[in-house]
Design a protein around this ligand. Structure first.
Ligand SMILES: [Fe+2]
Length: 262
Protein backbone atom coordinates (compact mmCIF):
# COMPACT_ATOMS: atom_id res chain seq x y z
CA UNK A 1 0.00 0.00 0.00
CA UNK A 2 1.33 3.43 -0.98
CA UNK A 3 1.71 6.01 1.78
CA UNK A 4 1.94 8.80 -0.77
CA UNK A 5 1.48 8.90 -4.53
CA UNK A 6 4.39 10.71 -6.12
CA UNK A 7 4.34 9.55 -9.75
CA UNK A 8 1.68 8.86 -12.40
CA UNK A 9 2.75 5.20 -12.31
CA UNK A 10 2.08 5.00 -8.58
CA UNK A 11 -1.33 6.58 -9.06
CA UNK A 12 -2.07 4.04 -11.78
CA UNK A 13 -1.08 1.10 -9.61
CA UNK A 14 -3.03 2.48 -6.68
CA UNK A 15 -6.15 2.88 -8.83
CA UNK A 16 -5.63 -0.58 -10.33
CA UNK A 17 -5.65 -1.88 -6.75
CA UNK A 18 -8.87 0.03 -6.12
CA UNK A 19 -10.39 -1.63 -9.18
CA UNK A 20 -9.41 -5.00 -7.73
CA UNK A 21 -11.22 -4.19 -4.46
CA UNK A 22 -14.15 -2.85 -6.47
CA UNK A 23 -14.50 -6.15 -8.34
CA UNK A 24 -14.10 -8.26 -5.19
CA UNK A 25 -16.82 -6.23 -3.45
CA UNK A 26 -19.02 -6.42 -6.55
CA UNK A 27 -18.65 -10.20 -6.60
CA UNK A 28 -19.73 -10.42 -2.95
CA UNK A 29 -22.71 -8.17 -3.68
CA UNK A 30 -23.75 -10.16 -6.76
CA UNK A 31 -23.67 -13.41 -4.79
CA UNK A 32 -25.76 -11.89 -1.98
CA UNK A 33 -28.30 -10.41 -4.37
CA UNK A 34 -28.94 -13.71 -6.13
CA UNK A 35 -30.69 -14.85 -2.96
CA UNK A 36 -32.70 -11.64 -2.70
CA UNK A 37 -33.87 -11.45 -6.34
CA UNK A 38 -37.39 -12.69 -7.08
CA UNK A 39 -37.39 -13.11 -10.84
CA UNK A 40 -35.51 -16.16 -12.20
CA UNK A 41 -34.15 -14.05 -15.08
CA UNK A 42 -32.67 -11.55 -12.63
CA UNK A 43 -31.12 -14.35 -10.56
CA UNK A 44 -29.60 -15.68 -13.78
CA UNK A 45 -28.29 -12.28 -14.84
CA UNK A 46 -26.66 -11.79 -11.43
CA UNK A 47 -25.13 -15.28 -11.55
CA UNK A 48 -23.75 -14.70 -15.05
CA UNK A 49 -22.21 -11.40 -14.05
CA UNK A 50 -20.77 -12.95 -10.89
CA UNK A 51 -18.94 -15.44 -13.11
CA UNK A 52 -17.76 -12.62 -15.38
CA UNK A 53 -16.60 -10.70 -12.31
CA UNK A 54 -14.45 -13.65 -11.20
CA UNK A 55 -12.76 -13.47 -14.60
CA UNK A 56 -12.33 -9.71 -14.26
CA UNK A 57 -10.61 -10.14 -10.90
CA UNK A 58 -8.16 -12.55 -12.46
CA UNK A 59 -7.61 -10.14 -15.39
CA UNK A 60 -6.71 -7.31 -12.99
CA UNK A 61 -4.26 -9.62 -11.23
CA UNK A 62 -2.72 -10.29 -14.66
CA UNK A 63 -2.30 -6.53 -15.13
CA UNK A 64 -0.17 -6.39 -11.98
CA UNK A 65 1.92 -9.28 -13.32
CA UNK A 66 2.40 -7.54 -16.68
CA UNK A 67 3.59 -4.44 -14.81
CA UNK A 68 5.94 -6.66 -12.80
CA UNK A 69 4.28 -5.59 -9.58
CA UNK A 70 2.82 -7.44 -6.60
CA UNK A 71 -0.96 -7.69 -6.55
CA UNK A 72 -1.93 -4.92 -4.16
CA UNK A 73 -5.56 -4.15 -3.32
CA UNK A 74 -6.27 -0.50 -2.53
CA UNK A 75 -9.31 0.92 -0.74
CA UNK A 76 -12.52 1.32 -2.73
CA UNK A 77 -15.45 2.39 -0.56
CA UNK A 78 -17.82 3.07 -3.47
CA UNK A 79 -19.23 -0.41 -4.12
CA UNK A 80 -19.43 -1.05 -0.36
CA UNK A 81 -21.51 2.13 -0.09
CA UNK A 82 -23.80 1.11 -2.95
CA UNK A 83 -24.21 -2.33 -1.37
CA UNK A 84 -24.97 -0.79 2.03
CA UNK A 85 -27.51 1.58 0.54
CA UNK A 86 -29.14 -1.25 -1.39
CA UNK A 87 -29.27 -3.46 1.69
CA UNK A 88 -30.89 -0.70 3.76
CA UNK A 89 -33.45 -0.02 1.03
CA UNK A 90 -34.22 -3.72 0.58
CA UNK A 91 -34.92 -4.03 4.30
CA UNK A 92 -37.82 -1.61 4.04
CA UNK A 93 -39.05 -2.76 0.61
CA UNK A 94 -42.08 -4.96 0.05
CA UNK A 95 -41.09 -8.45 -1.15
CA UNK A 96 -42.88 -7.89 -4.43
CA UNK A 97 -40.69 -4.91 -5.31
CA UNK A 98 -37.18 -6.00 -4.40
CA UNK A 99 -36.11 -6.62 -8.00
CA UNK A 100 -36.43 -2.93 -8.82
CA UNK A 101 -34.14 -2.06 -5.88
CA UNK A 102 -31.61 -4.70 -6.89
CA UNK A 103 -31.54 -3.48 -10.49
CA UNK A 104 -31.04 0.12 -9.33
CA UNK A 105 -28.01 -0.88 -7.27
CA UNK A 106 -26.66 -3.03 -10.10
CA UNK A 107 -26.94 -0.23 -12.65
CA UNK A 108 -25.28 2.26 -10.30
CA UNK A 109 -22.44 -0.22 -9.78
CA UNK A 110 -21.99 -0.89 -13.50
CA UNK A 111 -21.71 2.82 -14.26
CA UNK A 112 -19.12 3.29 -11.54
CA UNK A 113 -17.12 0.32 -12.80
CA UNK A 114 -17.18 1.63 -16.35
CA UNK A 115 -15.82 5.00 -15.21
CA UNK A 116 -13.04 3.27 -13.27
CA UNK A 117 -11.96 1.24 -16.32
CA UNK A 118 -12.21 4.22 -18.67
CA UNK A 119 -9.75 6.16 -16.49
CA UNK A 120 -7.39 3.21 -16.11
CA UNK A 121 -7.39 2.68 -19.89
CA UNK A 122 -6.51 6.33 -20.52
CA UNK A 123 -3.48 6.06 -18.25
CA UNK A 124 -2.41 2.58 -19.40
CA UNK A 125 -2.35 3.82 -22.99
CA UNK A 126 -0.51 6.99 -21.96
CA UNK A 127 2.26 4.98 -20.36
CA UNK A 128 2.46 2.63 -23.33
CA UNK A 129 1.24 -0.41 -21.41
CA UNK A 130 -0.54 -1.84 -24.43
CA UNK A 131 -1.25 -5.31 -23.04
CA UNK A 132 -2.57 -3.88 -19.78
CA UNK A 133 -4.77 -1.46 -21.71
CA UNK A 134 -6.09 -4.37 -23.78
CA UNK A 135 -7.04 -6.35 -20.66
CA UNK A 136 -8.74 -3.33 -19.15
CA UNK A 137 -10.66 -2.74 -22.39
CA UNK A 138 -11.94 -6.30 -22.17
CA UNK A 139 -13.10 -5.68 -18.60
CA UNK A 140 -14.75 -2.43 -19.67
CA UNK A 141 -16.62 -4.21 -22.48
CA UNK A 142 -17.92 -6.76 -19.95
CA UNK A 143 -19.23 -3.94 -17.74
CA UNK A 144 -20.86 -2.18 -20.67
CA UNK A 145 -22.58 -5.38 -21.73
CA UNK A 146 -23.72 -6.13 -18.17
CA UNK A 147 -24.91 -2.54 -17.71
CA UNK A 148 -26.96 -2.73 -20.91
CA UNK A 149 -28.59 -5.98 -19.77
CA UNK A 150 -29.38 -4.54 -16.32
CA UNK A 151 -30.83 -1.39 -17.85
CA UNK A 152 -32.96 -3.36 -20.34
CA UNK A 153 -34.37 -5.50 -17.53
CA UNK A 154 -35.01 -2.45 -15.34
CA UNK A 155 -36.88 -0.78 -18.20
CA UNK A 156 -38.93 -3.91 -18.87
CA UNK A 157 -39.90 -4.32 -15.23
CA UNK A 158 -40.63 -0.62 -14.73
CA UNK A 159 -42.84 -0.56 -17.84
CA UNK A 160 -44.80 -3.56 -16.61
CA UNK A 161 -45.46 -2.09 -13.17
CA UNK A 162 -42.39 -3.26 -11.21
CA UNK A 163 -44.14 -5.65 -8.87
CA UNK A 164 -43.88 -9.40 -8.81
CA UNK A 165 -47.15 -10.90 -7.59
CA UNK A 166 -46.78 -12.60 -4.23
CA UNK A 167 -49.24 -14.80 -2.41
CA UNK A 168 -49.08 -12.65 0.67
CA UNK A 169 -49.39 -9.38 -1.19
CA UNK A 170 -52.19 -7.25 0.15
CA UNK A 171 -55.01 -6.10 -2.06
CA UNK A 172 -54.20 -2.53 -1.07
CA UNK A 173 -50.63 -2.92 -2.27
CA UNK A 174 -51.80 -4.35 -5.57
CA UNK A 175 -54.27 -1.51 -6.02
CA UNK A 176 -51.51 0.98 -5.25
CA UNK A 177 -49.34 -0.52 -7.95
CA UNK A 178 -52.18 -0.38 -10.44
CA UNK A 179 -52.79 3.26 -9.63
CA UNK A 180 -49.09 3.98 -10.02
CA UNK A 181 -48.89 2.25 -13.38
CA UNK A 182 -52.03 3.94 -14.64
CA UNK A 183 -50.86 7.37 -13.51
CA UNK A 184 -47.44 6.92 -15.10
CA UNK A 185 -48.71 5.57 -18.37
CA UNK A 186 -51.60 8.03 -18.40
CA UNK A 187 -49.16 10.91 -18.03
CA UNK A 188 -47.06 9.50 -20.86
CA UNK A 189 -50.15 9.18 -23.05
CA UNK A 190 -51.17 12.75 -22.22
CA UNK A 191 -47.68 13.94 -23.12
CA UNK A 192 -47.89 12.08 -26.41
CA UNK A 193 -51.23 13.73 -27.17
CA UNK A 194 -49.80 17.10 -26.29
CA UNK A 195 -46.77 16.50 -28.51
CA UNK A 196 -48.93 15.35 -31.40
CA UNK A 197 -51.03 18.47 -30.92
CA UNK A 198 -53.71 16.97 -33.12
CA UNK A 199 -57.32 16.23 -32.39
CA UNK A 200 -57.05 12.83 -34.03
CA UNK A 201 -54.58 11.55 -31.46
CA UNK A 202 -56.71 12.81 -28.58
CA UNK A 203 -59.81 11.26 -30.04
CA UNK A 204 -58.18 7.87 -30.38
CA UNK A 205 -57.22 7.86 -26.70
CA UNK A 206 -60.75 8.87 -25.72
CA UNK A 207 -62.20 6.20 -27.96
CA UNK A 208 -59.99 3.60 -26.39
CA UNK A 209 -61.21 4.73 -22.96
CA UNK A 210 -64.82 4.49 -24.02
CA UNK A 211 -64.35 1.04 -25.51
CA UNK A 212 -62.89 -0.25 -22.28
CA UNK A 213 -65.88 0.81 -20.17
CA UNK A 214 -68.19 -1.82 -18.77
CA UNK A 215 -71.73 -1.66 -20.19
CA UNK A 216 -73.15 -0.54 -16.86
CA UNK A 217 -71.09 2.63 -17.12
CA UNK A 218 -69.04 2.00 -13.99
CA UNK A 219 -65.44 3.06 -14.06
CA UNK A 220 -64.05 -0.38 -13.34
CA UNK A 221 -61.54 1.22 -10.99
CA UNK A 222 -62.13 -1.14 -8.10
CA UNK A 223 -60.26 -3.83 -6.29
CA UNK A 224 -61.25 -6.49 -8.81
CA UNK A 225 -59.45 -4.43 -11.42
CA UNK A 226 -56.34 -4.63 -9.28
CA UNK A 227 -56.55 -8.40 -9.28
CA UNK A 228 -56.43 -8.48 -13.07
CA UNK A 229 -53.05 -6.78 -13.06
CA UNK A 230 -51.27 -9.70 -11.53
CA UNK A 231 -53.06 -12.38 -13.49
CA UNK A 232 -51.86 -13.61 -16.85
CA UNK A 233 -54.15 -12.22 -19.52
CA UNK A 234 -55.43 -13.83 -22.69
CA UNK A 235 -52.70 -15.22 -24.86
CA UNK A 236 -50.24 -15.62 -22.02
CA UNK A 237 -48.95 -18.80 -20.53
CA UNK A 238 -48.60 -19.73 -16.89
CA UNK A 239 -44.90 -18.97 -17.13
CA UNK A 240 -45.80 -15.36 -17.88
CA UNK A 241 -47.61 -14.91 -14.59
CA UNK A 242 -44.79 -12.79 -13.22
CA UNK A 243 -45.09 -10.25 -15.99
CA UNK A 244 -47.93 -7.83 -16.44
CA UNK A 245 -49.87 -8.52 -19.57
CA UNK A 246 -49.78 -5.88 -22.30
CA UNK A 247 -53.49 -6.10 -23.04
CA UNK A 248 -54.35 -5.66 -19.37
CA UNK A 249 -52.01 -2.69 -19.22
CA UNK A 250 -53.71 -1.08 -22.20
CA UNK A 251 -57.05 -1.49 -20.46
CA UNK A 252 -55.71 0.26 -17.39
CA UNK A 253 -54.36 3.09 -19.54
CA UNK A 254 -57.78 3.50 -21.03
CA UNK A 255 -59.41 3.43 -17.59
CA UNK A 256 -56.98 6.05 -16.40
CA UNK A 257 -57.80 8.28 -19.35
CA UNK A 258 -61.50 7.90 -18.69
CA UNK A 259 -61.14 8.84 -15.00
CA UNK A 260 -59.29 11.97 -16.03
CA UNK A 261 -62.26 13.02 -18.22
CA UNK A 262 -65.45 13.71 -16.27
FE1 LIG B 1 -19.70 -5.29 -13.22
Amino acid sequence: MFERLNTPEEIFSFKLGSALTMERDTLAMLVDLQDEARRPELKQLLAEHAEETRQQISMIEQCFALLDEEVDASPCPVVKAIAAEGKATLKKTDDSLVDAVILAGALETEHHEQAVYETLIIHARARGAVSVAGILETNLAVEQDAGAKVKAMAERIAASGVAVPTEGMSRGAKAGIVAGVAATVGAAAAAAVSTAGGHAAETSVADAATESLPEDGSSGAHAAGAETVVSPGPGTTGAGAEEFNDDALQERIAESEHRARP
